[in-house]
Design a binder for this molecule. Structure first.
Ligand code: MN
Length: 418
């Protein structure tokens, strides 16, 4: 598919994340405008609150954009999702007869602050990247037992916390926790010394369900995708995770990119999951290409220094799609809600430069990563700034996610000392 030209000239650059083909959904404010829904187009944001107020967007009897989150649009279902995308495409396309109406409602992105684009109902994080699971399993349990016996049959996950999902740009405070070093018999309560990132994609559920759904139904229920960084305290995790899985190690924060890239925008970039070692049971079988070809990268910048790319990989490396994860999540009868966020699991590729966490990049801290600045890292240090980026590449354009950044703040003083 070629670039769809827009009268917003910055949207026609091959380098922008936000051409007319994309139209991602966010929430923004400025010095003079309260937080509201907006659509990114080139280096501008189309003010959806104002557009609806002025009758330029008029899809439903009740207003959709009188609130600063996209859940109300999601609740309308796929017919309205499509109607909105078609209307936006008409309004912003080269030669649109409505240019004069829309132009005053564009806000320069440079003047805007971006906020959480949705109310996250619940957050579940999976562990569905085979290279990541193999690397971590090899470090924790040895190469013979790297993949647990269930891994090739179900997408393993844990129920995370919606309360600590934050938007890109939010600082991340190094957590305290109970941890035990291998050299000591007893645990201690300390700031995490092995604080890490995880490069993931997040899928946003746009249609509720109440009971088991198929992979096709799950795919239809997904509204869009964001970049996701599942901040992880490895030392807390190593001590707490058996037998019920991660808990406080993952509860500090999860960052997401501020723009929801819709499934419709990603449609040209669908790709298949890898070959199966074991045939999946019927309820999880692949029914079509449900991953996406999205280039992903991570940079690390020490305080006041330039950023180094520490990993580059692609979303197509996943073993399970988000649709398979969502279908699996529903098998027990678990109701799924509009605004549920599903983390893909860390996305690592087969080579060292494709590893989506410092745990893997530094092989458990044994092989420090050297940055372009000459600094070395095993895990994150205070004031490090981490940035995830991602985009799918079309013919002369790209569909991008913007950035998902966070800066590590030093741990507070001991929170339990008076
Ligand atoms: Mn994770």
């Amino acid at each position: 598919m070629p670039l769809n030209s827009s009268w917003v000239s910055s949207a026609n650059s091959a380098e922008t994340d936000f051409p007319l083909n994309n139209l991602p959904y966010g929430v923004f404010s400025t010095d003079t405008l309260d937080a509201r829904c907006g659509v990114a187009i080139g280096d501008m944001i189309f003010d959806m609150y104002a557009a609806e107020e002025q009758g330029i967007i008029d899809l439903t009897d009740e207003p959709l954009f009188d609130v600063p989150f996209w859940n109300e649009l999601m609740e309308q279902g796929p017919a309205v999702w499509t109607a909105l995308r078609n209307r936006l495409t008409d309004l912003l396309a080269e030669g649109s007869k409505d240019q004069a109406l829309v132009e005053p409602l564009l806000v320069p992105m440079a003047n805007a602050t971006l906020h959480m684009p949705l109310v996250v109902s619940e957050f579940t994080d999976f562990y569905a990247g085979r290279h990541h699971a193999t690397n971590v399993g090899t470090m924790f349990r040895g190469p013979e037992n790297a993949l647990p016996p269930n891994w090739l049959h179900i997408p393993i996950g844990y129920n995370g916390r919606a309360s600590s999902v934050v938007v890109s740009g939010t600082d991340i405070r190094r957590p305290w926790g109970q941890l035990k070093s291998p050299d000591h018999d007893l645990p201690a309560f300390l700031p995490s010394r092995r604080f890490d990132l995880e490069l993931e994609m997040g899928a946003i559920v746009g249609m509720a369900s109440d009971g088991p759904i198929t992979v096709d139904e799950a795919d239809a229920a997904i509204f869009g995708y964001v970049l996701l960084n599942d901040w992880s305290a490895r030392d807390i995790q190593a001590w707490e995770y058996q037998p019920l899985g991660p808990f406080q190690a993952k509860a500090t924060a999860t960052s997401i990119s501020p723009w929801i890239v819709t499934k419709a925008a990603l449609e040209p970039f669908r790709t298949s999951t890898p070959d199966r070692e074991f045939e999946l049971l019927d309820h999880l079988k692949d029914t079509g290409p449900m991953l996406y070809d999205i280039d992903l990268s991570v940079t690390l910048a020490p305080e006041g220094k330039t950023a180094t790319t520490i990993a580059q990989t692609n979303y197509r490396e996943m073993y399970y799609s988000s649709a398979q994860q969502l279908a699996h999540h529903s098998t027990s009868g678990c109701p799924m809600n509009v605004g549920d966020l599903l983390g893909s699991g860390t996305i690592s590729g087969p080579t060292k430069s494709e590893r989506g966490s410092l745990l893997e990049l530094s092989w458990g801290g044994k092989e420090p990563v050297t940055l372009d600045t000459g600094d070395t890292r095993t895990f994150l240090e205070d004031d490090d700034r981490l940035t995830l980026t991602g985009h799918a590449k079309g013919d002369g354009y790209r569909v991008g996610f913007g950035t998902c950044s966070g800066t590590i703040l030093a741990a507070l003083d001991d929170p339990y000392k008076c």
